[in-house]
Design a protein around this ligand. Structure first.
Ligand SMILES: NCc1[nH]cc(CCC(=O)O)c1CC(=O)O
Length: 333
């Protein structure tokens, strides 16, 4: 039996058999939360209600680095969850700070979408074929450094705003291209705008990119209640392990989501691989570390142990090679 998915118009009371999911109000957030809601309705038979929460990160026009990067999107959602106004909140994992949120736990990380970055350029252009001095929009220090390392001549324009606003700056002729996550474009049905997919092996993306995190009040993930059953049904073991390994790099370098760091993990043929790169913000230098571990089994506990193992080895190697001197890392909060 599949439950139904609806959108609440205002604050909503707790009712039996109904899961209330809090989401940011942007088109991307609503699209990805709706997809999660449908997955939850199908897996549990519960009705699912979407509750929109407006956050400072949505309304502010400041750049991501001015906002401080980490956490701007998460705080209002978390307050709403702690206040009991909803039962589960959905974040883009890459926007979620690595620090503890008192009273909350990540109850599920569903199967990840495409973790790659893309170029969305005019006239089918790619990083290689962009004209000399082309104007490329991104607000992410990692993407700036990665672009500059390949095309030092490119003029990077700091942009903010939702995916459609960013794409419109290319359509309007103001920018030659923007760099955007494949996952977000896919969720919005805008993959048609992509002119180049960057291989993860050359362009590692933000820790957790392409993955979502379902946060619940601590304790609600345990036992056989409706919330515990729901999050257990959509948690994806290998995605959780990969995202955990990538986020250990962020935490270990004491970096925030605005730091120039790329990390990418994958599970293949029984091995967990993790590669991470720290960039000098101008793209002239970078440090990469790559490690693999063999989990004893594909159980969540063994995968988690392997994720910690590779994560810690990658962090130690990067710090030992001088990563802290390469980039301003300390924007974690
Ligand atoms: N920081 C913005 C953001 N947060 C999540 C996504 C979509 C991709 C994802 O879920 O990882 C995006 C847009 C982008 O980076 O292009």
């Amino acid at each position: 039996m599949t439950g139904s998915v609806s959108r609440a118009s205002g604050p909503s009371e707790q009712r039996d058999g109904v899961l209330r999911i809090g989401t940011r109000g942007s088109a991307l957030a609503v699209a990805q939360t709706t997809a999660v809601a449908e997955q939850l309705a199908k897996a549990t038979g519960n009705d699912v209600e979407l509750i929109t929460v407006t956050t400072h990160g949505d309304t502010s026009r400041e750049s991501l680095s001015e906002l401080g990067g980490t956490g701007v999107f998460a705080t209002a959602l978390r307050e709403s969850l702690l206040a009991g106004e909803c039962d589960i909140i959905v974040h883009s994992l890459k926007d979620l700070p690595t620090g503890d949120a008192p009273g909350l736990v990540i109850g599920a990380i569903p199967k990840r979408a495409d973790a790659r970055d893309t170029l969305c350029a005019r006239d089918g252009l790619t990083v290689e074929t962009l004209p000399e001095g082309a104007r490329v929009g991104t607000g992410s220090p990692r993407r700036v450094a990665q672009l500059k390392s390949r095309r030092p001549d490119v003029e990077v324009v700091d942009i903010r705003g939702n995916v459609d606003t960013r794409l419109s700056r290319v359509a309007d002729g103001d920018l030659d291209a923007v760099v955007l996550a494949a996952a977000g474009l896919g969720r919005l049905g805008r993959s048609d705008a992509v002119t180049e997919f960057f291989p993860l092996s050359q362009v590692p993306t933000a820790p957790g990119q392409g993955a979502l995190a379902l946060e619940v009040r601590a304790g609600d993930e345990k036992g056989h209640g409706a919330i515990a059953t729901a999050v257990a049904a959509v948690d994806h073991a290998t995605t959780r392990a990969c995202a955990t390994a990538e986020r250990i790099v962020l935490a270990g370098l004491e970096a925030g989501c605005a730091a120039p760091i790329g990390a990418t993990a994958l599970v293949d043929d029984g091995l967990l691989f993790l590669t991470a790169t720290v960039y000098r913000p101008d793209g002239t230098e970078q440090l990469t570390a790559s490690h693999a571990a063999t989990p004893d089994s594909m159980s969540r506990a063994d995968l988690a142990a392997a994720a910690r193992d590779v994560g810690e080895r990658v962090v130690a190697e990067l710090l030992g090679a001088g990563a802290a001197g390469l980039a301003p890392l300390g924007s974690a909060r």
